[in-house]
Design a protein. Structure first.
Length: 291
């Protein structure tokens, strides 16, 4: 074999990194709730890897998970200091790569899929450290010892962070699993108000701190979201109640083709979050069941 066919050390390192990229992106996406920010975090992880001496690292996957966790933690803290919102909802079905050696990747995938739009409101209330502890430990089976190192806490403190986050998430599950008939009635009322351009009716159905996220951006607050929903009047005429990735929502059909989806999160009898997907490639990924 000629020398130019033998991969250099840099090429070998890049290949090893690429093998871990799907897992790193899944971790970053769950932490940040934004595909663009997740890609930035993964790219920063590569820069740090390329500048580090990893010759003594026995578990590269674990090392990279630790690094991407620290990068995401810094990004979350920076976002909070600027009072920014993530660019898109925590939704989708990223499959979780198993780098722990003993954990069940299928179980990881089930857990990761549970953290979708229905838990958006609760995840946004977690502190960066709580969110990191929950995502890394509960979704990716990272030991508390490693989580503690990332957040600068003891393993016991890391366990407590994850426990607090878990209690909030479980509370959100109880809200999500409430009366489906009542949720359907609220969505029906939302659709009727949107079709009629009933601004006050829309406001009455929305939580005061409601968040509406779309490919175009984020609206927060009942007044702003109701105003946006009023402009939905044209599409409301073509909308049908549906389950969108298991969440109560709406499917909009244009000329017989699925054009966009809306998935709702509820707190009590109020709509607390709306996940609006319009990009064709993302719409195609949704699992839609008309009801």
């Amino acid at each position: 074999m000629s020398d130019n066919l033998i991969p250099s050390d840099d090429e070998l390192l890049a290949r090893r990194f690429e093998a871990h990229r799907p897992h790193l992106r899944a971790v970053a996406y769950r932490m940040l709730g934004s595909a663009a920010e997740a890609d930035d975090a993964v790219q920063e992880t590569w820069f740090r890897l390329s500048r580090s001496d990893t010759g003594a690292v026995e578990n590269l996957g674990g090392w990279l998970t630790t690094v991407v966790g620290r990068v995401c933690l810094d990004m979350l803290r920076s976002r909070r200091s600027r009072a920014e919102e993530p660019l898109e909802p925590l939704a989708g079905h990223a499959r979780v790569a198993d780098v722990s050696g003993g954990a069940d990747p299928e179980q990881h995938a089930v857990l990761a899929d549970s953290v979708g739009v229905a838990l958006l409101v609760v995840l946004e209330t977690l502190t960066p450290a709580e969110r990191l502890a929950f995502v890394l430990h509960d979704l990716f089976a990272v030991p508390y010892e490693e989580v503690g190192e990332i957040v600068g806490r003891s393993p016991v403190a890391a366990r407590q962070l994850a426990s607090r986050a878990r209690r909030r998430v479980q509370g959100a599950d109880r809200v999500r699993d409430g009366d489906p008939g009542r949720r359907r009635a609220v969505v029906d009322a939302f659709l009727a108000a949107a079709r009629e351009g009933d601004f006050e009716g829309l406001v009455a159905l929305l939580d005061p701190d409601v968040v509406a996220r779309s490919d175009a951006g984020v609206n927060t607050g009942a007044m702003a979201v109701a105003k946006g929903a009023s402009s939905f009047r044209h599409f409301a005429a073509m909308a049908r109640p549906a389950l969108v990735d298991g969440a109560t929502g709406l499917a909009v059909f244009v000329d017989g083709r699925l054009d966009r989806t809306l998935a709702f999160t509820f707190v009590g009898d109020k709509i607390a979050a709306i996940d609006i997907v319009t990009a064709p490639e993302r719409v195609a990924e949704r699992e839609v069941t008309l009801v």
